[in-house]
Design a protein around this ligand. Structure first.
Ligand code: ZN
Length: 623
């Protein structure tokens, strides 16, 4: 990643009005002086405590404490790296980004070649789009095709800059030659076949796309990097790919197929709690979703989904709903997608329509609009329900041999998941779907894993050298919660004592183990604990079920559960109280200049926290 010149970063901060950046996301109102106020995008609130000061170029939330400048804001709301955020701002506000020379990154020539090809693609997209709008036969034909055949609106074409390459394709080369791109850029942009090696003239540039509907492909920052071209009646007979319905740009210095998801640049700002990504098969499916108001749809580029696409996806949101055609090709694609999604640590669900054999997402949304989305979500299957159904459609009548084969198929899928907890949970859940005893299936799975491990060890070391990307979330941070959960489940008699020793606000409930611990302790506290064999009513989500299942199977080897409980309590206490202590100390150090803080109450709070941290931890004895 090339470094951006510090002068350029300063320039961006000076020239970009932070209010313009933030108002794309937050509705801002005047709040005295030049200041503006709105609802914080980083935490849930009903009254605005998110303040923006355009003069200083800063924002600050008095509710959750988030603060920063325009670049921080773009980084945090769009999950971009620093460089990407600066580039995004540069593009939005028309500021040219300058990079540092040398050291590691691509050379100046490579960088300017890439920049040139980016620019060339913007120009090409504009060229195709203008041809689509023009009162020429090709434009007229394609507008009609778009509205009558594809049944999209003219507005959607404007929004996505849909274009047309006419049958001769002659105009593009001319338009680009006029703009004086370098020969290298024209040769490597992928928009032309170049027949004459000797000299690059207009006649040597044979357009790759002719007589086709042009869909610009944008990267996750919204830059046009390639095109998908749909065959139409205009496609001439001498097109070397005449029979291909879709022709894509080849790979170029700015376009790697496996790294790109169509519409991710827009979808990523619409995902969030309860709004997962929706993976559809093709670009036109994704456009259909967008047109009915389902803004989180994305599509792979070409036929196959790759791991790097999913890792990119995971940067923005961990939940994805897979909605492929219900035909066998679509179902096979779903099954290929599943292990990769598990490996990337994505929580995946499969959308289906109950009682219907044939679904085509494009047609479904066209006919029924957004209402169809709610309906297919109701019939959604989670990962294991989908996988079990695929490997064994009818478990009720299956023979033991069929079940054994199905189990092997499932193990292949489940073993892709990185986390042990997740794998155990998946197998346990799959047992229910296959109507097998969970303990037996888990035992088989352990044997399977051991066998795989031996096979992997027997393979020469360089055979599979590609290291797996580190995508699994660290579990270690919640070992205290996990230990205490194990105590609740395996030493139930300690539960009531634990609940009276552990204040609720020490538990980190942003994580599933914290949520579960909080709930379990509540049951003990109210003397309504159902016993570890009757947890069904307490488990609300598939994640909670998975975690509980793995905890129940994990027989702890604690010699002294009371000691483990006390150690867990001590760690939760430290994690809950120490950050506040550091905050107070910082505030006290700055107190002469910081008029917001009251040193007396801070000192009192400090004494109180220090006292709490010193107190010996013990489980109160049973009453
Ligand atoms: Zn906030």
């Amino acid at each position: 990643m090339p470094a951006i010149k510090p002068t350029c970063v300063r320039d961006i901060k000076l020239r970009v009005n932070i209010a313009d950046v933030i108002s794309r996301v937050v509705t801002l109102r005047k709040a005295g002086g030049n200041r503006l106020k709105g609802l914080c995008p980083f935490h849930n609130e009903k009254t605005p405590s998110f303040n923006v000061d355009p003069d200083k170029g800063f924002y600050k939330c008095f509710g959750c404490g988030k603060a920063g400048d325009a670049i921080t804001f773009v980084r945090e709301t769009e999950q971009l790296t620093f460089t990407e955020a600066v580039e995004a701002l540069g593009q939005r506000f028309g500021i040219v980004i300058e990079y540092e020379e040398g050291a590691g990154g691509p050379s100046r020539e490579e960088r300017s070649l890439r920049q040139e090809i980016f620019d060339l693609h913007e120009q090409a997209a504009e060229h195709f789009y203008q041809a689509f709008k023009a009162n020429e036969p090709a434009g007229e034909y394609m507008r009609k095709y778009w509205v009558e055949k594809r049944r999209f609106t003219p507005e959607l074409a404007d929004e996505f800059k849909i274009g047309v390459a006419d049958a001769a394709g002659s105009g593009l080369g001319h338009a680009l030659m006029k703009r004086k791109y370098s020969e290298e850029a024209l040769r490597r942009c992928g928009l032309f076949f170049i027949y004459d090696d000797a000299q690059l003239t207009l006649h040597a540039l044979r357009p790759r796309f002719r007589g086709r509907l042009m869909i610009p492909i944008r990267d996750h920052q919204g830059r046009v990097v390639a095109f998908t071209a749909r065959q139409t009646d205009l496609t001439p007979d001498d097109d070397p790919a005449k029979e291909a319905k879709y022709v894509n740009s080849p790979e170029t210095p700015i376009f790697t197929k496996g790294n790109l998801l169509f519409n991710l640049d827009r979808a990523r700002s619409h995902v969030g709690e309860g709004k997962p990504f929706v993976m559809v098969e093709g670009q036109l499916d994704a456009l259909r979703c967008w047109s009915v108001g389902l803004k989180t749809a994305i599509a792979p580029q070409g036929t196959s989904i790759t791991e790097s696409q999913l890792i990119l996806l995971r940067r923005y949101h961990t939940q994805v709903e897979c909605f492929f055609d219900s035909d066998s090709a679509g179902q096979k694609a779903s099954l290929r997608f599943l292990p990769m999604a598990l490996k990337a640590g994505l929580e995946v669900r499969f959308l289906t329509l109950a009682g219907s054999e044939k679904i085509d997402p494009d047609l479904l949304f066209l006919e029924r609009g957004l209402a169809a989305y709610d309906e297919v979500r109701r019939g959604a299957l989670n990962a294991m329900a989908f996988a079990s159904r695929a490997v064994l459609p009818d478990p009720a009548t299956a023979s033991p041999e069929q079940k054994a084969r199905a189990a092997q198929g499932l193990f292949d899928i489940v073993s892709a998941a990185e986390s042990e907890i997740a794998r155990t949970g998946f197998v346990t859940e799959a047992a229910t779907h296959l109507r097998l005893a969970p303990a037996a299936l888990l035992k088989d799975f352990q044997a399977y894993t051991a066998r795989q491990g031996r096979q992997a060890a027997a393979r020469p070391a360089n055979a599979n050298a590609e290291p797996a990307a580190p995508v699994s979330a660290p579990q270690a941070a919640h070992t205290s919660e996990r230990d205490l959960l194990l105590i609740c489940l395996h030493f139930e008699y300690l539960g009531p004592r634990l609940s009276s020793a552990l204040p609720h606000d020490w538990i980190d409930t942003t994580h599933v183990s914290g949520v579960l611990l909080n709930r379990f302790l509540g049951e003990f506290e109210h003397q309504t604990w159902p016993g570890k064999d009757h947890l069904e009513g307490l488990l609300e989500t598939p994640d909670e079920q998975k975690l509980a299942a793995s905890l129940l199977f994990d027989t702890p080897s604690f010699d002294d559960p009371v000691k483990v409980a006390c150690e867990g309590l001590r760690q939760l206490r430290a994690r809950a109280l120490e950050p506040r202590l550091r905050q107070i100390e910082l505030a006290l150090a700055n107190s002469p200049t910081d008029s917001n803080s009251d040193p007396i109450s801070l000192l009192k709070e400090r004494v109180d926290i220090q006292r709490q941290l010193r107190q010996p931890i013990h489980l109160p004895s049973a009453e």
